[in-house]
Every structure is written in structure tokens, then in C-alpha cells.
Design a protein around this ligand. Sequence first.
Ligand SMILES: Nc1nc2c(ncn2[C@@H]2O[C@H](COP(=O)(O)OP(=O)(O)OP(=O)(O)O)[C@@H](O)[C@H]2O)c(=O)[nH]1
Ligand SMILES: [Mg+2]
Ligand SMILES: [Zn+2]
Length: 301
Amino acid sequence: MIAQIRRSINNTYEAFCEDGRPYRLKIKGKVLSVPRWEYNPIAVGDYVEFCPHSDSEGLITGRLERKSSFTRFLNKVSLNQTIAVNMDQALIVSSVKSPAFHPRFIDRAIASLSGCDIMIAINKTDLGMDEEEREVELYESLGYKTLLISVKQGDISALLPLLKGKLTALIGPSGVGKSSLVNLITGSSQRVGDISDKYNRGKHTTNHALFLEKDDIRLIDTPGIREIIPPLEEPVMLRDAFPELRAIDCRYSNCLHDGEEGCLVSSLVESGVIDEGRYEGYLSMLHDLRGIHERMIRNKW
Ligand SMILES: Nc1nc2c(ncn2[C@@H]2O[C@H](COP(=O)(O)OP(=O)(O)OP(=O)(O)O)[C@@H](O)[C@H]2O)c(=O)[nH]1
Ligand SMILES: [Mg+2]
Ligand SMILES: [Zn+2]
């Protein structure tokens, strides 16, 4: 039988079967063959094969191929952690003022997504917007659908039609209002948290990913992430997460735009065609990725 994972807690997975019946599933020993660089074999959104041993419990025997994923590198264990999979689209949620708008987080989230469309929502517009507007225009010009919303004021009408008929993963730092948005849309009552006075950050209220739905809107709420390191992969894949860097026609098609001879990037950054903040964010991620690769080789991983 096949079921889709809705939530995972302590190696127990809540899933819904094709006929809508809920099951609690566990993984049997080491039967799942997953790449050794994966931290968690099963993520919310996964379709799994399982053997039922009652009408509500069973053992997972396999994982079906994923069409999309949100995965980051988990530094403390040096493995890729997958947070949500099989979504049609990701909604990267950011806020203004509290917590402050953080475009470099958005870039890192984009680089950690694959196989799905990406939209960006700027929440808490009731707190007022000023210098953030320029950044929002930048993402629009790069081809990302960008929405200004205020969950507090119930102002999400531009967003709602874009969620219909789709599975959408909500991704963003702690405290930007992901769970508040999910509650508003689905009528659920997940816990929402305060913003710390000292750090102007959320308090990591949601602690695991969760699948919720209302009518034909299906959502995956995820825990706020402080630090995203894109997953361990080829550096050129990181470059390709930046549409403006992917499009540069340098002498070598695999040019990483990091000081290579004949690379065109520096003149494009200087003339303002490419946003300097995004480019520097890219270099910082490239640097992270190279450091991780070197550490892996040194440790004969
Ligand atoms: N001013 C304002 N506050 C909002 C808005 N939306 C949510 N909040 C508040 O922001 C705080 C954090 O909201 P949450 O929904 O818990 O944020 P989250 O993104 O789920 O946070 P984590 O679960 O920690 O990742 C709460 O105090 C909400 O009431 C909004 O549109 N405007
Ligand atoms: Mg939350
Ligand atoms: Zn180049």
C-alpha cells in the first residue's frame, strides 16, 4: 500500500493512505536504502510503500521517487537534512521590521529548493515598508512571483488563488508568521510565538514540519530556520539557483564566476546589472560548499 507522510515524530510517521485512511508507520530496521549522506530517510510529503499490520499501523518498506525537495546541509552531523518533499511550489515567507527583512535568507532558501516553483511572500506589511521595496522589485525582476501580505489584517487575497489545487511548502526564518498564515487559511490552531525583544527574532515555535489542508489548498508548515546551508551538491548547481548568474555567457559554460580568467561577472556587478548583495551571498555559499567538500575529503568520508 502507498501513503503520504503528514508528520514525523520520534521515528513514528503519521501518514494518509490513498483512500484517506490515517496510519501510524514505522521504519523496519535498515530496509530503506537511501544515500549515506541523507540525515533523515523520510520527510513530510514523501510517498511511502508500507505493509499494514492492523487497520491503523504498519511498517514502511520503501520510499517512492521525489519530484521536489527542500533540503539543507546540517553542519553538526555533516549530512543533508530534507525538510519537505513533493511540493508543487514553495512559498518563502519573509517579514518586514519584526523580524527584519532578510534577503540573504531568501537566496539561501532558493538554493536549497529543487524541482518546484518558487514564490516569495513578504508578511507583516501592516508594520510599514520602506527600503524593502527595492529588494522586492529585484526578486520580481528575477522572475519570482512576489506577494505583499498581512496575516494580521487578514490581507492575503492576492496569495489565496495561487495556492488552490497545489501542495505548497512554507519556508522562512522563525517568527515571520508561517504558522499564523497556515492557521488563517486552514482554520487550524497551531501554536504561534512571540518575537524576542532582545534579538528581534522568532522563538522557534514550530518544531517539526506538518502537512495541513483545507478544501483544495494543501500546505506544509515548516519550523523556522536560523541558518540555511544549501545541500551538499555540485557547485554549478548552486550557481544555477541564481537566474542572473546562470545566464552569464562566460568563456567556460561551467564558469562559477569566482575570479576565473575571462569571467564577465565583475563588470556586471560593477555596472549594477547584477545585484552586489546577491552576488556576495552567492560567493559566501560557494565558500561554505567548498569548505564542506574539503572537510569531507580530509575525513575520507
Ligand atoms: N504585525 C504582524 N504580526 C504578525 C503577522 N503575522 C504573524 N504575526 C505575529 O508574528 C509572530 C510569529 O508568528 P508565527 O506564526 O508563530 O511565526 P512562524 O513563522 O510560524 O515562526 P516559527 O514557528 O518559530 O518558525 C506572532 O506573534 C504573530 O502573531 C502580521 O501580518 N503582522
Ligand atoms: Mg511556526
Ligand atoms: Zn564567469
